[in-house]
Design a binder for this molecule. Structure first.
Ligand SMILES: NC(=O)c1ccc[n+]([C@@H]2O[C@H](COP(=O)([O-])OP(=O)(O)OC[C@H]3O[C@@H](n4cnc5c(N)ncnc54)[C@H](O)[C@@H]3O)[C@@H](O)[C@H]2O)c1
Length: 414
């Protein structure tokens, strides 16, 4: 029996790539999962009235506004969902938490460690009055990734010795691709490192339960100057009337002027995890032919797991405790009802995709808020990822010298 007696009215800022992905998830979550609260897609916010009105209609929101400050203080809003570039995460999240709104904020949490620290502190204070917050590392909620964690937690891999993680894209291989916000440090904080590297940092720490203690890194900006953008098209790429181009991958054209790329195109680093594992990480937007290739392999004393986002319904598991003659990597089709998140979807074998990770994210967020629990990853956990990003940047700036990751404050109990 459904107990949808509580309503959570969501206000979302940003309506392009993540705005569309989150809208899809908010729209779906109550249809798929029986939750203690019902989501209402109340208000969507953007800066251009025409475009945000269109987005509200297309994505299924009751109303729209161009004023995020009014949104986050509105009595008609319970949850603020931040889907803007990193340069506005801190300001919006801090205002929303101060107004007593639950907050879900896209990754990376902020553009700087200082901002992330302030956000984590504000989240800790807000928690004491029952206000919840979460950072959107959605790949944790791919069922095969959650299953990897369950296998590690159950001891099926034994002592973790190696982590091998890569997140590869190729959307800016063309030097004529324009200077979108993701290539500007003041808007994005960093390049491939914070955009996609942050995902594999979070994912591997989540799966192994170990934190990165120190790193040695190299970063590179292969194309240092790019044409300024002139226009864009498509679901994930829209110009919002303020001269900035959103999204990546579908920008139509550009003018004659150029500007400097102020972020990394690629980041590669080795790391030591606090549980003793050695790890390698690679994040690149120059891996020609690789569109959104996230791959992780973990080797332990009793077994190994391999996850590949391009085959996200599958997990490869090698159980080294089996008789030698029966060993080998087994392909687990992660679509059984007993697999994480899957019982509410389709019959076994009826596969799911990228967007479902966001529905799972919203499911866990809504359940936590409605039951008075803290959703994960918390802002403190996301701050710790930010500290890893910072250590990677500092190491790369100092000829790859070994750089310890600064520690985070202990979370304040609920
Ligand atoms: N979880 C994931 O897998 C994933 C994937 C892509 C992006 N992201 C993250 O989501 C965030 C947004 O990325 P995106 O790809 O959706 O970007 P995008 O460019 O597609 O969309 C950004 C949106 O924010 C709006 N916006 C920008 N500045 C604003 C401001 N100051 N006030 C109000 N609205 C503003 C834009 O109009 C646009 O609607 C980033 O933090 C990014 O790192 C996460």
């Amino acid at each position: 029996m459904s107990t949808h007696n509580r309503q959570l009215r969501v206000g979302m800022v940003g309506y392009a790539f993540m705005g569309a992905a989150h809208s899809q998830a908010w729209r779906t979550v109550n249809r798929v999962y029986d939750l203690p609260a019902r989501v209402r897609m109340s208000t969507i916010c953007g800066r251009d009235p025409g475009k945000v009105a269109d987005a509200a209609d297309r994505l299924g929101w009751d109303s729209w506004t161009t004023d995020w400050r009014a949104l986050v203080t509105s009595d008609e809003i319970d949850v603020v969902d931040i889907c803007t570039p990193g340069d506005s995460h801190a300001e919006i999240a801090l205002a929303a938490l101060a107004a007593g709104k639950h907050v879900i904020c896209e990754k990376p949490l902020a553009n700087t460690v200082a901002e992330a620290r302030e956000m984590a502190a504000a989240a800790a204070t807000a928690r004491t009055t029952g206000v919840r917050s979460m950072c959107g590392f959605n790949y944790r909620r791919v069922p095969a990734v959650t299953l990897m964690r369950q296998l590690v937690e159950a001891g099926r891999l034994g002592v973790i010795r190696h982590v091998r993680a890569a997140y590869l894209q190729d959307w800016i291989v063309d030097p004529q691709f324009p200077l979108v916000w993701r290539l500007q440090k003041d808007k994005a904080g960093s390049g491939a490192l914070g955009d996609i590297g942050a995902h594999i940092i979070d994912l591997t720490q989540y799966v192994t339960g170990q934190r990165i203690g120190g790193v040695s890194a190299i970063t590179e900006t292969f194309v240092k100057q790019r044409p300024l953008p002139a226009g864009s098209s498509g679901l994930a790429a829209q110009v919002d009337g303020h001269g900035s181009v959103d999204g990546h991958g579908s920008v139509d054209g550009h003018g004659p002027a150029t500007g400097p790329v102020t972020v990394d195109d690629a980041a590669v680093f080795v790391a030591r995890l606090d549980g003793g594992a050695l790890a390698t990480y690679e994040a690149s937007r120059f891996a020609t032919g690789r569109k959104n290739a996230l791959r992780v392999e973990i080797n332990g004393s009793l077994g190994s797991v391999v996850f590949d986002l391009e085959r996200l319904n599958e997990l490869e598991f090698h159980d080294a405790t089996l008789p030698a003659g029966e060993q080998g990597f087994t392909r687990i089709l992660v679509t059984e009802p007993e697999h994480p998140y899957l019982s509410a979807w389709w019959p076994p074998g009826h596969i799911i995709g990228y967007e479902h990770s966001f529905t799972h994210q919203m499911r866990d967020f809504v359940e936590a808020v409605a039951t008075g629990a803290d959703p994960t990853p918390s802002f403190e956990e996301a701050l710790q990822v930010q500290l890893v990003l910072d250590a990677v940047t500092r190491s790369a700036e100092r000829s790859s010298s070994w750089t310890e990751v600064a520690s985070t404050p202990a979370p304040v109990p609920a």
